[in-house]
Design a protein around this ligand. Structure first.
Ligand SMILES: [Zn+2]
Ligand SMILES: [Zn+2]
Length: 360
């Protein structure tokens, strides 16, 4: 039963991976299932490695899952070779194939609900929100009717629908669902439970996106404290909470609090993801801006340069994030120049701005 909540978490994790380009099959690659090349493109969206291993036709993956599902239902989600969850095109194709087989079942059937939920999740990851929305809505409607509002699966569906609305920027629709999720998770699981913390973090995010920073703050603090306790300081979700709270503090002009969290986020992502991961590059940019906002240009500008160079290399010159990094660097280089000019007019000594960074 908790498997669906786990899958919701896996969807979050897979998102970062989805941003990477799919592996291009070399001329020597064949489908590992039909052993041919065929007309259909070969996909490999799993953890299979090697220049020509692990490629398959989406149609063959679906046929393989259908043939083996009685004994291995995980073939709808996992690569049969590396046993890791599919992402990207392969995941979407399999979710579609599974839904095609399940959609004729009665609407409260477990397999139909799970298939609708998986397809909606895969569509959301691919950015097809309009097709995902009615599926998530239908699943929630059926679960509320057949299982009640506080059933574990119903709660997961409330959480999923709130997140989709939030991503679609339907914040007014996301808010009541996110509020309901927190209330029910607190009641059913208790305040410190991992899934309650996920719901609290989500509600903090909805408030932040609606610019209700004062409502977001206590929730973001609670989510971070709980995740540190339950998951540890280096877990991906803890880092997401560090980042969220940092932005809320920054929006409320709590510069010292924001800065400490941006610095923590930076050192953790460098350590866990390496210096060139897109998420690390975002952390580098955030910490750089935070230092510059405090007047510490000497330490902030090098980070903004590093973020720009990294994005040029990893994402390319024309990517929106590269452009944003270039804009930020220009703006803060100008700001530093202004401050220097004003300083040389105002005072005879040329002291560097005081560092306000707080150590951990
Ligand atoms: Zn094939
Ligand atoms: Zn694989």
């Amino acid at each position: 039963m908790a498997a669906r909540a786990l899958r919701a978490a896996a969807r979050n994790a897979a998102r970062a991976v989805d941003n990477y380009p799919n592996s291009e099959p070399p001329a020597s690659a064949v489908c590992y299932l039909c052993l041919g090349r065929g007309d259909e493109p070969l996909v490999r969206n799993c953890a299979c490695r090697g220049s020509d291993a692990g490629f398959a036709h989406a149609t063959c993956l679906i046929e393989y899952a259908v043939a083996g599902e009685a004994e291995k239902p995980e073939l709808w989600r996992e690569c049969g070779l590396c046993k890791q969850e599919f992402f990207g095109k392969a995941k979407l194709a399999l979710a579609r194939g599974c839904w095609e087989r399940a959609k004729g079942l009665p609407e409260e059937n477990f397999y139909r609900l799970a298939a609708a939920d998986d397809l909606a999740g895969a569509l959301q990851e691919s950015g097809d929100y309009a097709t995902a929305l009615p599926l998530f809505e239908e699943v929630l409607r059926v679960e509320r009717r057949t299982k009640g509002d506080e059933d574990q699966n119903t709660l997961t569906s409330i959480y999923n629908l709130a997140r989709l609305h939030d991503e679609m920027k339907n914040h007014e629709l996301a808010l009541p669902l996110a509020v309901e999720a927190v209330r029910s998770y607190r009641k059913v699981y208790g305040d410190g439970h991992q899934e309650t913390l996920d719901a609290i973090d989500q509600l903090a995010n909805v408030h932040k996106n609606m610019m209700n920073y004062n409502q977001a703050l206590p929730l973001a603090i609670e989510a971070l404290a709980g995740r540190r306790l339950v998951l540890g300081n280096s877990h991906k979700n803890t880092l997401a909470s560090v980042n969220r709270l940092a932005h809320v503090h920054a929006s409320l002009d709590n510069t010292a609090e924001a800065s400490a969290l941006f610095e923590e986020d930076l050192s953790s992502t460098r350590r866990t993801l390496g210096d060139e991961h897109p998420e690390t590059l975002t952390s580098i940019a955030n910490a750089g801006q935070s230092r510059c906002r405090q007047g510490n240009f000497a330490d902030g500008l090098p980070l903004l340069r590093e973020a720009l160079e990294g994005r040029r290399k990893v994402l390319g010159e024309s990517h929106r994030h590269t452009q944003l990094a270039a804009q930020a660097l220009r703006a803060f280089v100008n700001a530093a120049r202004e401050v220097r000019r004003a300083g040389s007019r105002d005072s005879p000594t040329d002291e560097p701005p005081e560092k306000k960074r707080r150590g951990r």
